[in-house]
Structure formats: structure tokens, C-alpha cells
Design a protein around this ligand. Sequence first.
Ligand code: DGL
Length: 260
Amino acid sequence: MSQKVLVMDSGIGGLTVLQHIQQQLPQVHCHYLADNDFFPYGSKTELELEQRIEQLLLTLLHNQHFDAVIIACNSASTAVLDYLRSRFKFPIIGVVPAIKPAAQLTQNKTIGLLATEGTVNRPYTDQLINDFASDCKVIRIASAELVTYAEMKINGLPVERSALKAVIQPFVDENADVVVLGCTHFPWFKQEFSEIARYIQWIDSGDAIARRLKQVLKETESVATESLTDQEISRFYFTGKSYPIKLTETFEMEPEKLLP
Ligand code: DGL
């Protein structure tokens, strides 16, 4: 019996996580939700995010079951995980900044965190840094522009390299050797960042999330899942403006409007 998961984000950021899930768990059916009508999540309050995501999940769960839901968004995960877990019974996996691996990788004890304003300032992030990187200097940079640039890239619009360079310049100036991409939109620029600042290691949580999902699905294997027909396809939902149908080589999903 196939298992079915939902991966969600404010936009196309979560696709960078979905990519790892599809590589590691090719047999799992993945549905993807881009809540682009409520974009960006990075500037929303905890209460706004709680209400919005709960409403979306209730809408999607109306006539289907998911074996797990992945909140593929750091801005939402650092704010609403406890709330969502108290509201729903299925496993909910969140994506939070990879501070722990960064602290293990750094040679000079100087790491960067590049994320949205919400993530950079949340108590959850302070706690992560206290727990795992208290011996490091952590340079936190919030960038809302970079989230917009990633959405532009997916929509086929050009993004100037000088604009990307300007965002990451403080990490170069401060001599960080590892930078955490603490927003799922940012791995869309991993290649560019690596070319601009070659000696910095740019890390994200995508691979770890796919491994965590593998473990969770194994644990819930005995739970009855609705059987999927051969016609069942991976679905791509959005709430705002439609995306180009063929998102990338990997994601050929028909966009489907979720809310009226
Ligand atoms: N991709 C998201 C994150 O990981 C949200 C970006 C946004 O909508 O501001 O934080």
C-alpha cells in the first residue's frame, strides 16, 4: 500500500525539500501545497500562521488522508509546530534551521544564519543557538528579498547576481565558514552562493528532513492507509496565482487551485 504525504510552504521553497523526499522515497506519493495567496510567511505572526495553516490542512483533509505532513517552511515551523501537533493526530514534521550541523562543521567557530525575519527573531531559533552553537559566533541575516528572488527565479524572471552578492556580503565580511540556509526558498540559490563565496559551506535541512520522514513512515507503517489507485498522481496545489505548469525537470505536476 502506498503512503501519501503532504509537503507545504508559502510558495516554491518547499520544493527544495520535496526534491530530497522524492530522491530518498520514490515510492511515496507526494502532494505539494504552495500557499502563495498568503505569501510571504516570514512577516506573519504566530497566530496568523496557526490559523491559516490549520484552515488549509482542514480543507485538504476533508476528503483524503495523509500519512505525514511536512511543514517545509522554517518561518512556519519555528512558530506553529506545537500548535499543529495539538490539533492533528498524524505525524507533522517541521523544517528548522540546521544550526547543529553548522556548529559541528565550522572550523573557525563563525557561522551564519540566513533566514526570514520571522525565523531569525523567533525564541525557537535563540534556543537552537543556545543548545547547539553556544561556542560559536552566529551572524544572523534576515532577507525578505531573497524569498521574492526565489519566486521570481521559478517564474522565469532574471535575478541579478549582484543582488545575491549584496545579501550574503556580511557573511563574507565576518569570515563565516558555514552558513545555514534557514529558509527553504534559499537552496534555489545554493549554486550561485557557492560560486560567489567559494570557501563558505552552504547547508540546509532538506536531506535530514527526508531521512526523518523515512523513519516516521516506517514507524507508522502498520497504520491503515487508504489505498491509492494507479491513476493517483502527485498533486500540486496553490492558493494564489498559478505557477508555470512544468516547474522543473523533476516536478511535473498539474497546478490545482485549492481555495476559491
Ligand atoms: N520558505 C519559507 C521559509 O522556510 C517561507 C518564506 C516566506 O514566505 O517568507 O521560511
